[in-house]
Write a protein that binds this ligand. Structure first.
Ligand SMILES: Nc1nc2c(ncn2[C@@H]2O[C@H](COP(=O)(O)OP(=O)(O)OP(=O)(O)O)[C@@H](O)[C@H]2O)c(=O)[nH]1
Ligand SMILES: [Mg+2]
Ligand SMILES: [Zn+2]
Length: 376
């Protein structure tokens, strides 16, 4: 959509008349300024010499937010141009009571007004989000941060060493994706660093998560075959990659799209962790694909996933293997903790539900994990 509009017309008369941007929907806008004035009947009575016409055009276009760095947003407009924009007005998330630190997030579809005098843009409208993924800014804070919006698949990237990702971290990411109805997957990276025993272990995890319905990829970012396979699955979709610092998110995106040449960091020898090389979430357009190439969102490394908006009673709905069984518990309001006749605990005892998954469930339920210190 491209609309051109006059900013405003001031008329010098005994009663000043100002016509502002409410003209934006007026069908006569396509006319030149002089025609416009002649079409507006009450202006005709004002002598020409008393009119001051302040006309500068601005353009209204739709776009997608690729990056946000504080008060500036990079928007990919529908005419393929990129524009640095600010925001105007208040944008609040419907149904979310807690304060969030970023009203507009990467992946948002927005309407942008371009001021052709200085080439900057203003985001004036946020279109409804298909979905979004959100986390607490810090553990104790009530503030939340939207990582990205309008995602087709959210991947958590995990490594067993350099750095170590716990199954609890993976599970908490997946719970969040379930809570926001976002299809999710797990990418196990740095396969080249693992011995046979660890490769076996990861293969077991792949089996576990695939059995729960999550797409899994076990690869090394340096391995062409694995990367190509993942690339093919990502093409045409909006894909988010999250995970601890240093797991290789940016390295993998470089392998998928070498032209991007994103900055990657080393692993600190002292702590075996990444050094938070990527500092802002950013969405990159993929190449190829017929008309719909797809996007990948690189994100800064996070230490923990602060789950929000989930009630104790509904937590088990976000574990597919528990969701499948919860009608079978003796009590309708079973929290699958100490209650007698619990079908979930029975399935854990019988080995049908992985202990790591159940432990993570209990951790979130009792709040123990949430109390751990973590930083961005
Ligand atoms: N051996 C090995 N090293 C890898 C692999 N993928 C990434 N690395 C290395 O891991 C280090 C960290 O990679 P990055 O891509 O910067 O990690 P990141 O996840 O983007 O980290 P942040 O931006 O800090 O969140 C770099 O030294 C990479 O070369 C892999 O598959 N195998
Ligand atoms: Mg990075
Ligand atoms: Zn139960």
């Amino acid at each position: 959509m491209r609309k051109e509009a006059l900013d405003y017309i001031l008329v010098r008369s005994s009663v000043p008349i100002a016509i502002g941007r409410d003209l934006a929907n007026n069908p006569c806008l396509k006319s030149p300024v002089s025609n416009l004035i002649s079409q507006i009947s009450h202006l005709k009575s004002v002598p020409r010499e008393q009119r001051i016409v302040l006309h500068h055009t601005f353009t209204i276009m739709n776009g997608t937010v690729l990056r946000s760095t504080g008060s500036w947003y990079t928007v990919l407009l529908e005419n393929r141009q990129r524009l640095e924009c600010r925001i105007k007005g208040q944008f609040r998330i419907k149904g979310l009571n807690v304060k969030n630190t970023n009203p507009i997030a990467v992946g948002d579809h927005v309407e942008v007004e371009t001021d052709e005098r200085d080439g900057t843009g203003t985001i004036v409208k946020l279109y409804d989000r298909k979905n979004y993924i959100i986390r607490r800014s810090t553990n104790l804070s009530k503030q939340t941060h939207i990582i990205a919006a309008n995602i087709d698949c959210a991947y958590v990237m995990a490594t067993l060493i350099e750095p170590r990702t716990s199954t609890g971290f993976i599970d908490r990411f997946l719970v969040t994706a379930e809570a926001y109805s976002i299809p999710a997957g797990v990418i196990f990276n740095k396969r080249d660093l693992l011995d046979e025993e660890l490769i076996d272990y990861v293969n077991q995890l792949v089996q576990l998560y695939e059995s729960l319905g999550y797409a899994c990829h076990f690869l090394s970012s340096f391995d062409k075959d694995g990367v190509e396979q993942l690339r093919a699955v990502m093409q045409g979709k909006v894909n988010l990659i999250s995970g601890h610092s240093g797991v290789g998110k940016s390295t993998l995106i470089n392998a998928i799209e070498p032209a991007l040449d994103l900055r990657t960091g080393e692993i600190s020898e002292a702590h075996n962790k990444g050094k938070h090389t990527t500092t802002f979430a950013e969405m990159f357009e993929m190449s190829g694909g017929s008309g719909n190439p797809g996007f990948i969102i690189d994100t800064p490394g996070i230490k923990e996933f602060g789950i929000i908006d989930v009630e104790k009673e509904e937590l088990s709905h976000f574990f597919p293997e528990m969701r499948a069984r919860f009608n079978q518990c003796k009590f309708d309001d079973c929290l699958h903790h100490h209650e007698p006749g619990c079908a979930v605990r029975k399935a854990v005892d019988e080995g049908h539900i992985a202990l790591t998954r159940y432990d993570c469930y209990l951790g979130i339920l009792t709040g123990e994990e949430l109390k751990k210190e973590y930083e961005d």
